[in-house]
Design a protein around this ligand. Structure first.
Ligand SMILES: [Zn+2]
Length: 200
């Protein structure tokens, strides 16, 4: 099964190494050194060439981060995702203080998606997500052979948007690789722990 590696581009220092909690329990999540201010909105627009079904898949992903009661109320929402319901025609990364999700033919040797974040004064101020159209994307409830589930990979990228780096936990949505047809539209406990561990 072909595996595509996902990666992350940022301006500045990217990540910190894993820490020990209480000297006893190792965790797998990793955090970027920058994140959004707490109690802010991640307002985003989607490309005008993204279908209605695609927008629904994106919404399924952002709802995972919007629901503060998820995982036995262990999840405390700090950033609220909001689709501005406006479209963009972006095809490349631009720093314009607008958060854009856009489709680009990025090449078959490249990542499925790439998130780029811009930081200022220790806080993330913008994040754009590229969807690589060199791959087949599915919005179906069962992902067809040779396709990647848009909602699954978007859930991963939104983790990067918020400040999560890749996790060593193979069940975490923040694991670095996904296979075609693989679906995981919910966060793992490791992802929640990482989110809550961000120094909001
Ligand atoms: Zn990634």
């Amino acid at each position: 099964m072909k595996q595509k590696k996902l990666f992350f581009i940022s301006i500045g220092i990217i990540s910190v190494t894993s820490l020990m909690i209480g000297g006893l329990t190792a965790h797998a999540y990793n955090l970027f050194s920058n994140h959004w201010k707490a109690s802010t909105n991640f307002n985003y627009s989607v490309g005008s060439d993204i279908s209605a079904a695609g927008v629904t898949s994106i919404t399924i992903a952002d709802n995972q981060y919007n629901n503060p009661g998820w995982y036995n109320n262990a999840f405390t929402r700090k950033v609220y995702f909001q689709n501005l319901n406006s479209s963009n025609s972006i095809k490349a990364y631009t720093q314009n203080y607008k958060n854009e999700i856009f489709k680009t033919n990025y090449g078959t040797g490249e990542s499925l998606m790439v998130t780029q974040r811009w930081n200022s004064g220790g806080n993330t101020v913008e994040a754009d997500v590229l969807i690589n159209t060199s791959y087949y994307w599915s919005n179906e409830s069962v992902c067809p052979p040779g396709n990647y589930d848009l909602s699954t990979v978007m859930l991963h990228e939104f983790g990067h948007v918020l400040g999560l780096d890749h996790s060593e936990n193979t069940k975490a949505i923040m694991r670095p690789t996904f296979k075609a047809t693989e679906m995981q539209r919910t966060l793992d406990k490791d992802d929640i722990n990482g989110y809550n561990a961000i120094n909001w």
